[in-house]
Design a binder for this molecule. Structure first.
Ligand SMILES: NC(=O)c1ccc[n+]([C@@H]2O[C@H](COP(=O)([O-])OP(=O)(O)OC[C@H]3O[C@@H](n4cnc5c(N)ncnc54)[C@H](O)[C@@H]3O)[C@@H](O)[C@H]2O)c1
Ligand SMILES: O=C(O)CC[C@@H](O)C(=O)O
Length: 529
């Protein structure tokens, strides 16, 4: 019989489902060393946010087939390490959406009416009505940063309270935002105009400290900010200073840069700050939803059936998966690349399957391209199962074409995306040993392997331009690992593709486009190992 280890508290209903097919051991509060010691006995591991599943634990889990995260975020799982070992990682992208949205709304109202402080005061024997005069949310402006599943539920309820809604989400079209009753604006305007700001976006290197001293300074002195998304999106030190100095009126936080929250200036604040211990998903209903969702997937996988919310590997027939695996990786990389070239806001995507990829069995490759496209916005919340639905819900028109006659490589994939920032096309293929190559950008032929940090320029093919760009990057201490130029005619338009050892410093694209002859430049970060 299979064995499942449950290392965080999960609802009993999940244990009951797992017990249908496996011996279930619930052992919470294990140290990393204890987990490394016992994990070799288990076929599956079920966690919430409390267990950190490191590469060491994954490597010790020689029998592990699946790791199930009862919740959305898999930031506590080393997913690349699991993928390398062929271990499936599944989550529950929607089980706690309503819970998290309602927590943010509760925080907004609690902040407005000083409910926690007033409650404390009455319990302390006082009857102080003067100190707790609040404000109404009616007709006030709510700025929603991240209009995904949780943000859009917040929008729906806030509309019913007759709030004016602004939203900032660089990966969503204005039409889609308008359908949700929100006016899509840039972050600067949202910060300046909102009475309440609520964050519902993922934590990524780009969103780390998105709310910092500079952004707090743009907010109204009467503004209140709520973070029920992820710690680290707000710079906590800057927030504590802004609250102490009255630069903004209040903040309600559920998530922190480091959890559990240790010594922090936030703890010393008065009624202007409300702090909860990561309770966004802690409702009876959400815990039942996520426990069922993830336990059913673990049960199914242990029975040899596919999972419905695989974060890392699609639930395909093993022989087909083996055949398609390198193409799925190619498709994800190209999807991710084209999303970054088009600035994330894609309205239509044309997926062209060429050569051997034109067969009907290649449908998962289209899904992988969508997963890659959406992963810049949705991170681990997009998977092989929901990618097509997410694309549809975000108003992306997907057109699929097949052409078996293209035989420059055994199989190749061409993606064309268009949106308000223009149109781009990328093509990629596999070399004989399944090595991925980007073979074409905007109809310029190239042949480069994808790498973590890349720079693409569109320029006029003329003497000296490569040297100027090289010196500029050198002066910034950015090392070029490889460089290639693709052109159609000599001294015509050309693209330059550079693989860099280091990320480019912020703001440098402007300087690059100042180099005479360079018309456009894009930096790209790709998820390569
Ligand atoms: N407090 C909790 O217990 C709790 C519970 C559930 C989810 N969460 C967190 O809430 C957040 C939102 O979850 P969701 O399910 O709505 O996710 P989602 O993927 O449905 O939506 C996220 C939205 O953020 C947008 N986005 C991405 N990068 C952005 C950026 N730089 N600026 C603005 N918007 C950006 C995306 O386009 C997307 O629309 C996540 O961080 C998730 O981990 C917290
Ligand atoms: O309570 C939890 O398990 C964390 C919930 C939430 O942050 C998630 O990512 O799903």
């Amino acid at each position: 019989m299979s064995k499942v280890l449950v290392s965080d508290p999960i609802d009993q209903i999940g244990i009951d489902i797992l017990s249908q097919v496996a011996q279930v051991d619930v052992k919470t509060g294990l140290s990393p060393d204890q987990l490394v010691q016992i994990i070799p006995d288990y076929d599956a591991l079920m966690i919430r946010s409390g267990t950190r599943v490191t590469q060491e634990i994954i490597e010790a889990g020689t029998q592990l087939k699946i790791i199930g995260r009862a919740g959305v975020g898999v930031d506590n799982v080393d997913v690349p390490a699991a993928t390398r070992r062929g271990i499936l990682v599944v989550n529950s992208p929607e089980g706690n959406t309503i819970a998290a949205a309602e927590h943010a709304l509760a925080m907004m109202l609690a902040l407005s009416r000083h409910i926690p402080a007033a409650n404390q005061s009455v319990k302390a024997g006082e009857w102080d009505r003067k100190s707790f005069t609040g404000v109404e949310v009616y007709k006030k402006t709510l700025g929603i940063v991240g209009l995904g599943k949780i943000g859009s539920h917040v929008a729906k309820v806030a509309r019913a309270m007759e709030m004016r809604l602004l939203a900032y989400d660089p990966f969503l079209s204005s039409e889609r935002a308008e359908q949700m009753g929100c006016h899509l604006v840039d972050l600067d305007l949202l910060l300046r105009e909102s009475d309440y700001i609520t964050l519902h976006l993922p934590k990524t290197p780009e969103t780390q400290h998105m709310i910092n001293a500079e952004s707090l300074a743009k907010m109204k002195p009467t503004a209140r900010i709520i973070n029920c998304a992820r710690g680290g999106i707000i710079d906590e030190e800057a927030l504590a200073i802004a609250l102490k100095e009255g630069k903004i009126a209040g903040a309600a936080l559920d998530v922190y840069e480091s959890e559990p929250l240790g010594e922090s200036p936030l703890r010393a604040l008065g009624k202007e700050a409300i702090l909860t211990p990561h309770l966004g998903a802690s409702t009876e209903e959400a815990q039942v939803n996520v426990a069922i969702d993830v336990a059913e997937q673990i049960r199914d996988v242990l029975l040899g059936l596919p999972a419905r919310s695989a974060v890392n590997i699609p639930g395909l027939r093993p022989d087909l998966l083996e055949k398609l695996r390198p193409y799925l990786q190619l498709a994800e990389i190209l999807g991710n690349l084209i999303s970054q070239l088009t600035g994330g806001r894609v309205e239509s995507l044309n997926v062209r399957l060429q050569g051997e990829l034109a067969s009907n069995e290649s449908q998962p490759v289209v899904v992988a391209a969508l997963k890659g496209l959406l992963s810049t916005a949705l991170q681990e919340r997009v998977n092989y199962v929901n990618a097509s639905i997410e694309a549809k819900e975000r108003g992306i028109r997907v057109v699929e074409t097949r052409d078996a006659a293209v035989i420059d490589y055994t199989g190749s994939l061409r993606l064309s995306a268009s949106g308000p920032n223009g149109e781009h096309t990328v093509t990629g293929a596999l070399l004989g040993d399944n090595e991925i190559r980007i073979t074409n950008i905007d109809d310029f032929p190239i042949n480069v392997p994808p790498s973590r940090h890349m720079l693409f320029t569109l320029h006029r093919d003329m003497p000296g331009i490569i040297g100027k760009l090289g010196s500029l990057l050198g002066s910034l201490n950015v090392n070029i690992a490889s460089m290639q130029v693709g052109r159609k005619i000599v001294r015509g338009d050309a693209v330059m593709v550079l693989s860099l050892d280091d990320p480019l410093p912020d703001g440098i694209l402007n300087e690059i486009t100042q180099v005479p002859g360079i018309r456009d430049a894009y930096t790209v970060t790709l998820p390569t190992s």
